[in-house]
Unconditional design. Sequence first.
Length: 235
Amino acid sequence: MRTLMMAASIAMVMTGTFCIANASVAFASTAFVVGVIMCFVGIVELLVSRNTSINEDRGDMNFPVSGMILVLVGVSVLSGVVAEDVTVAVLFAFIVARDGFIDIFGLGTNFAEQDIDEKITFAVGSLSVLVAVYMLYNSMLLNLPTQMLVGFVIILMGIRRFRAAMQINYTHPGFLTGNEEKLADAQREEKRAMAKAKEGIRESKEAQRRIEKIKHDIAVERKNMDDTAIRKKLQ
């Protein structure tokens, strides 16, 4: 499943590059290729969600939801429901914005405690959101070809899914038996516990910083009150 997910993500990057290379033509000229790759990647995500433990490892259901959205987008493009450049730009802007916001808010706000992998996730998520916002106002700015922007978005989506593929470590317990199933359950529980512990440490440090700031504000407030009292006595 990991290999299949990697292949799907590489196919997305290649499709995005193809769209950028053909930026001078209308989206309708490459709609078939884009629609097919969206359906393919969406189906792969659903298979990965069904046959691996990635949902439990990540602690959410974003993977299958993303797969369903991509299948829906692919079918819409192939059927011609989404064909005009303006509609295409808005649709892909919201898709990549959703991915970006999930990455950004899934990491918390304690940037100093993030490791290199989390910083890369934040960077990709932030870039996705910026691209999405630009696409919505493209006509008022540089007015870049829609095909080029769609290609860049598909590349970002492919990079995000390639990194997600690296998180696929073992098969779904439903395909295991006996001690192998127990081992898979234990590994999954360990990963969840580590994620919770990491989040707990972040929250604890956030709380400690808030406490220190409140103590500092109280000290400043008391000093100001004392200074005011002293000035009144002197007057």
